[in-house]
Design a protein around this ligand. Structure first.
Ligand SMILES: [Zn+2]
Ligand SMILES: [Zn+2]
Length: 252
């Protein structure tokens, strides 16, 4: 088992965070954003890939937000746009069907052509080396979580104490347990996961409910409790913290 993945997994399970896998994902994402905005942005080997793939909408936004390496990004985008344009523009033009006339009957062949080009555009827009690398790292991290759960009693205790995993990462844990754990280990693992998951659901449900009840003037003077950020916490729980649900700057 690869040791380089064990330390971050241990750190994540000891960190004060809502989901240790979100914690690992965020760290990997930041490392890869740094990587693609660093010297590699100009390296021919990296450029060969990024010219072709570009980045997905979410990571393009995050690269842009860093406000750095503007020249490198510009050069990459210039080649990427040319590549896309060659791939897509002609296809779109060629997909226009001839007009139906009395002599030449109608045909619905063009419809599947339009859908095929749309699929191709969707695929190209979504392609992203940062997503690929994050997914690869998360797969390794999940294997390590399963390995440590079955072999390392300290880690097992830590996992048991861990109150929360977001829902998308709970799904990843279920899949990884199915392919990496023995039946007896799955039995322990799933019982812990299920109990903690149920607690988390009921806490969020209660907190969101209290958030809504605070809009009732009769509750004006009652304390918020844990409800002030209930919306953001619920969204992070449902989305694996995919987007910007930060609570700072007084956003409520
Ligand atoms: Zn998560
Ligand atoms: Zn991406």
């Amino acid at each position: 088992m690869e040791k380089i993945y064990m330390i971050p997994v241990n750190d994540a399970y000891m960190a004060d965070c809502e989901c240790p896998i979100c914690f690992l994902k965020k760290k990997a994402e930041n490392d890869y954003l740094d990587y693609y905005l660093g010297p590699s942005l100009m390296e021919p080997d990296t450029r060969k890939i990024t010219n072709k793939t570009g980045f997905c909408p979410e990571h393009m936004g995050k690269l842009n937000k860093r406000e750095t390496a503007r020249l490198g990004l510009g050069l990459m985008l210039h080649t990427h746009l040319k590549d896309l344009s060659e791939d897509v523009t002609k296809d779109i033009k060629a997909a226009a069907p001839g007009k139906a006339t009395l002599l030449k009957g109608r045909s619905s062949e063009y419809k599947s052509k339009l859908n095929a080009i749309a699929d191709k555009i969707d695929k190209r827009v979504a392609s992203c080396p940062i997503c690929e690398k994050i997914n690869y790292s998360l797969e390794r991290y999940l294997e390590v979580i399963m390995y440590m759960f079955s072999k390392d009693s300290d880690f097992r205790a830590r996992f048991a104490e861990r109150k929360s995993h977001c829902l998308p990462h709970t799904a990843m844990l279920l899949r990884s347990a199915a392919s990496n754990l023995s039946q007896n280990d799955v039995s322990d693992f799933i019982n812990l996961l299920a109990d903690n998951n149920a607690i988390q659901f009921s806490e969020l449900i209660a907190d969101v409910e209290w958030f809504t009840l605070k809009f009732d003037y009769r509750n004006n003077d009652k304390p918020w409790g844990n409800s002030k950020n209930a919306i953001q916490r619920s969204m992070r729980f449902l989305s694996a913290d995919r987007s910007d649900f930060d609570e700072q700057q007084g956003k409520k």
